[in-house]
Design a protein around this ligand. Structure first.
Ligand SMILES: *Cc1c(COP(=O)(O)O)cnc(C)c1O
Length: 388
């Protein structure tokens, strides 16, 4: 049996079992317990923000972020089409509608098109951005830091300021990515917009099995995030609730994993960087017709996912590469199906989507786990070389 090389799997060889055992020994397993506060404090410290609120998943975090942004029925929210569907679904949970934006060469939202859309397709009246097509107010924009790259934050922050939009950063894939230069030098993905959300799902750079974290520049927003995620309890003794809340809190068991994983985050990033460079050295300029895509130059990415880009579609197709690697027991993945083409979203507006379908056709994600060995990387490369 050939050794299986998975796409992206958890790496639990630090203090995970110790902390988990401690939580179980103390019999704090649910939404109370010291690991939750510790995980929040330690992640906030890492991100250089004053605090953070842990929640059940990235999706739950994005749902809360939209509620906190004031998104309600009949509002609209701009989201990218090239992303995982959980970036868009929470817009529908709020009974609002998404407007889909194209990507640029970073795979993140095309900010030139975003600007053009706001200028040409909307009216700005009474400090509200109104979509000319639907007559509805656009309340927020969700930017996704795709595969650990960074969306163009200076551009989106400028646009948002001009048109009174709330910026929600879907940083679920980009924990650890930060700017090396520019106006946001030293700032981490997720900490620049109004609200940022991280995910600790099993395939993310660190995992708690399932989990998420919300950060914000506003203390008021964070306070409300915690309140809404814990059933909007206004009086814990008498059970008074003044709003409809959610059971969106992280558990102490998950947080125990989170604390242990966070200790290893920088190590995971360094392994991912080495493997990324290994792929790049041996593919770019060495194998005709394909290349590994770059991350943005002005950042330190977290190197979460590696994108193999097919330049020559006569020589390679996505199917051919995926099938050939699968024969070698190597797991890969095509980039997500574009959201504006998914059944629940067919009636929603999509603006000049041109680049996303091209990237969709041409990208295959290669194995990138933080415990991937150099020899496995060479095996992947050699299998790709054997495709004719
Ligand atoms: C993983 C992911 C999410 C959702 O996070 P969960 O913790 O799985 O709910 C949202 N958006 C993107 C871009 C993701 O990759």
């Amino acid at each position: 049996m050939k050794h299986f090389i998975p796409l992206s799997v958890p790496n639990l060889r630090g203090n995970e079992l110790n902390y988990l055992t401690d939580a179980i020994n103390k019999e704090w397993v649910s939404t109370g317990g010291t690991y939750i506060a510790r995980f929040e404090t330690e992640l906030a410290h890492y991100l250089k923000v004053y605090s953070a609120v842990a929640c059940q998943s990235g999706t739950a975090g994005l749902h809360l972020a939209l509620i906190l942004a004031g998104v309600e029925k009949d509002h609209e929210v701009i989201v990218p089409t090239l992303t995982f569907i959980a970036s868009a679904n929470p817009v529908k949970y709020c009974h609002a509608s998404p407007i889909f934006m194209d990507c640029d060469n970073s795979l993140c939202m095309d900010m030139a098109k975003l600007k053009m859309f706001c200028q040409r397709e909307c009216n700005f009246l009474d400090n509200k951005l109104i979509n000319k097509t639907t007559g509805k107010q656009i309340k927020a924009v969700v930017v996704v830091h795709v595969f650990g790259n960074m969306a163009d934050m200076p551009a989106v922050m400028d646009i948002a300021k001009k048109y009174n939009l709330i910026v929600i950063e879907d940083a679920t894939e980009a924990l650890g990515t930060y700017y090396l230069e520019g106006p946001y030098q030293g700032k981490y993905a997720g900490t620049i917009g109004d609200i940022g959300v991280y995910s600790f799902n099993g395939n993310k750079i660190i995992t708690t099995g399932g989990g998420g974290m919300i950060v914000s520049s506003s203390r008021e927003i964070l306070k409300r995030a915690k309140y809404l995620s814990t059933q909007a309890k206004d009086d814990a003794v008498n059970f008074f609730h003044n709003e409809v809340g959610y059971n969106y809190r992280l558990t102490n068991l998950q947080a125990a994993l989170g604390v242990a994983q966070l200790e290893q985050l920088e190590h995971f990033i360094s392994v991912k960087k080495e493997n990324y460079e290994r792929y790049k050295r041996n593919i770019n300029g060495k194998i005709n017709g394909i290349e590994i895509l770059d991350f943005r130059e002005d950042i330190r990415p977290n190197y979460w996912f590696y994108s193999l880009y097919i330049m020559n579609l006569d020589k390679y197709t996505r199917r051919k590469i995926i099938d050939k690697l699968a024969e070698g027991n190597i797991q890969t993945r095509p980039v997500w199906g574009l959201i504006h083409e998914q059944k629940p979203y067919l009636l929603d507006q999509a603006y000049k989507i041109e680049k996303a379908p091209e990237y969709h056709r041409r990208i295959v994600n290669l194995p990138c786990s933080s415990n991937l060995s150099a020899s496995s990387v060479y095996k992947v490369i050699n299998t790709i070389k054997s495709i004719s």
